[in-house]
Design a protein around this ligand. Structure first.
Ligand SMILES: [Zn+2]
Length: 475
C-alpha cells in the first residue's frame, strides 16, 4: 500500500537515535572518597521515608493520594520538611508543586531540575513517583552533610509534582505542565466527581491560581539546564536482565481509540447462526486482528527498498496494543448483542509508525465489518506524541548509573540497559521546557499501580547513588 509505505518510511527515517557514548564522570566526584556509599542516607533513611510517605493516604487500608487531597497536602509538607533537612530552600507553588533548591556555587547558572510526582493512583504502590522525589532529596542530603551543597556547579532544584496520575480531574500533568507552560488556563475549571474545580481545591488550600497568573508558574527555558527523573520501571526488563538501573531513550507516544460495532440484536435461541449480524464475534475478530498487527507489524505494513529491515524491527520492538475495556449492549446471556464498544490503546516510540499501524488496522477493520454485515465506527479519543530523551543527558545518566552500580558491587561489569518507557511521565510535560532524561529502577515482577509494587532496599540505594553521581559530575 502506497500510503502505509509512505507513512512507515517517513517514520523510520526519522527514527535515528544517536549512539549513546559513556561520559566520563569528573568534577566533585574525584574529591569524594571512593567508599562514600552513604548507606545510612541513600538506603536506610530513603527506604524509611518511602514507607512513611506510603502511609500518607486518604483511604484506610490502601494508598490513595489524588491532586490536592488532604493526604496530598500532608505528603507535600512531609516532603518539604525532608527538603529542608537536606539544606534546600523550599516553597510550594500555586499548583501545589513542592520545590527545594540548592543554588550551588553559581546561582545564576542554568538549573538542573530533578523531579517526580507525589500523587498516586487508587490502591497504589508506594514507589511510583515517590522514589524519584526521595532519591533526589537523599542525594542532595549526602552532599549537604559533607558541606558540599554550595559547591554544586549549577543550581539543583527538586520538584515534587502535584499531579501526574490524573485520577481526580482526569487530566494528567497539572503540576508539571504548569511549570512547562503548556497547561491551558481552562484546566483550572476542570471539575472532579463532586463538582469541585481545580481552582476551587487549590483555593481551599490557600493557593490562588487564576487564569491571569497561571503563566507565572512557567519556568524560563533560559534558566533551566535540563530535567532528570528517577522512576520505577513499571515493566519486567530490568528484573529479567538482573540489573537494578536502566536509562530511558524515550517515552512512547500513545493513541486511544473507541471502536463501536453495531449489529442486529436478537434472541439467542431463535436466530439461526447463518442469519446473525453479531457484533460480539466481530469485535472478537477485531481484537485478535489488533494482536496480530501489533505482534507482527512487518506482515501488515508494506515497504520498498528505501525502507530498511531494522526500521521494522525497531517499530516491532516498541509497539504495544491493548484492548482493556469492552462493553456489550444489552449484555445478557440469552441475547445476541446489538452493540459492542471496546477501547484500543496503541503505544510506540515512533509517531509515524503508530499512525501507519492505525491506518492499516482501521482499513482491515472495515473489511471485517463489511464481511460480517455489521457497522463499525472508530473514534480517536486521545493522542500524545512520543518524547525522545536527550542523548547527551541520557549518556550522563547512564554513566552515573554505571558509576553507582560499580561502587555498590565492584565486580559489576554489565552494561546499564537502555529502555523505552511505555508509560507516561512528568518528563513528557517538562520536555516542552528543556531537555529531559530518565533513570528507571527495577521493580519486582514489573508490577506497579498496585499495593504489590516493590523495590529492593538496595535498588533504592542504587537510585540515590546514581543521582549523587550525576550531581558530582560536570553537568
Ligand atoms: Zn509515576
Amino acid at each position: 500500500m502506497g500510503c502505509s509505505f509512505m507513512l512507515v518510511c517517513m517514520c523510520f527515517t526519522l527514527y535515528v537515535y544517536p549512539h549513546l557514548s559513556s561520559t566520563a564522570v569528573s568534577g566533585l566526584e574525584n574529591e569524594v572518597d571512593e567508599g562514600s556509599l552513604y548507606p545510612e542516607i541513600l538506603r536506610d533513611e530513603a527506604v524509611s521515608r518511602l514507607y512513611e510517605l506510603g502511609k500518607v493516604s486518604d483511604a484506610e487500608g490502601y494508598l490513595e493520594r489524588t491532586f490536592m487531597s488532604p493526604a496530598s497536602v500532608r505528603a507535600g509538607y512531609l516532603i518539604r520538611s525532608w527538603m529542608e533537612d537536606a539544606g534546600l530552600r523550599t516553597w510550594i507553588d500555586k499548583m501545589g508543586n513542592v520545590h527545594g533548591r540548592a543554588d550551588g556555587s553559581n546561582p545564576s547558572a542554568k538549573a538542573l531540575l530533578i523531579g517526580s510526582h507525589l500523587d498516586t493512583v487508587i490502591d497504589a504502590g508506594m514507589f511510583d513517583g515517590s522514589l524519584g522525589i526521595v532519591s533526589a532529596i537523599s542525594a542532595l542530603k549526602a552532599l549537604s552533610v559533607r558541606g558540599k551543597l554550595g559547591r554544586l556547579v549549577r543550581p539543583v532544584e527538586v520538584i515534587a509534582f502535584s499531579d501526574e496520575e490524573g485520577v481526580r480531574f482526569q487530566s494528567t500533568f497539572l503540576g508539571s505542565a504548569a511549570i512547562a507552560g503548556i497547561l491551558p488556563a481552562s484546566a483550572l475549571q476542570y471539575s472532579d466527581k463532586s463538582g469541585s474545580t481545580v481552582q476551587e481545591v487549590l483555593r481551599s488550600n490557600s493557593l490562588d491560581a487564576t487564569e491571569g497568573n497561571l503563566h507565572e508558574l512557567k519556568y524560563d527555558p533560559e534558566s533551566v539546564w535540563g530535567y532528570a527523573e528517577v522512576h520505577i520501571e513499571q515493566g519486567p526488563v530490568l528484573e529479567r536482565v538482573g540489573i537494578p538501573l536502566g536509562v530511558v531513550k524515550g517515552i512512547a507516544g500513545q493513541t486511544r481509540l473507541k471502536i463501536t460495532v453495531r449489529g442486529t440484536q436478537g434472541h439467542a435461541g431463535t436466530v439461526p447462526m447463518s442469519m446473525r449480524q453479531d457484533p460480539m464475534v466481530a469485535a472478537a475478530e477485531l481484537i485478535v486482528l489488533l494482536e496480530n498487527v501489533c505482534k507482527h507489524p512487518e506482515d501488515f505494513l508494506s515497504f520498498d527498498e528505501h525502507c530498511k529491515d531494522s526500521s521494522v524491527k525497531s517499530l516491532a520492538g516498541s509497539l504495544v496494543c491493548t484492548v482493556g475495556e469492552i462493553s456489550p449492549w444489552p449484555s445478557a446471556s440469552n441475547v445476541i448483542p446489538g452493540q459492542v464498544v471496546f477501547t484500543v490503546d496503541i503505544r510506540a516510540m515512533d509517531d509515524m509508525g503508530r499512525e501507519a499501524i492505525i491506518y492499516e488496522y482501521s482499513k482491515r477493520m472495515y473489511h471485517i465489518c463489511d464481511r460480517r454485515s455489521v457497522s463499525c465506527n472508530l473514534e480517536r479519543k486521545h493522542d500524545a506524541g512520543a518524547v525522545m530523551c536527550d542523548p547527551e543527558l541520557t549518556a550522563q545518566l547512564k554513566s552515573s548509573s554505571q558509576t553507582a552500580l560499580k561502587k555498590m558491587a565492584n565486580e559489576f561489569d554489565g552494561e546499564v540497559p537502555i529502555l523505552m518507557s511505555g508509560a507516561g511521565h512528568d518528563a513528557m510535560a517538562i520536555s516542552h521546557l528543556t531537555k529531559v532524561g530518565m533513570i528507571f529502577a527495577r521493580c519486582r515482577g514489573g508490577i506497579s499501580h498496585s499495593s504489590k509494587e516493590h523495590v529492593l532496599d538496595d535498588d533504592v540505594w542504587a537510585a540515590g547513588l546514581a543521582v549523587l553521581a550525576l550531581l558530582e559530575s560536570d553537568m
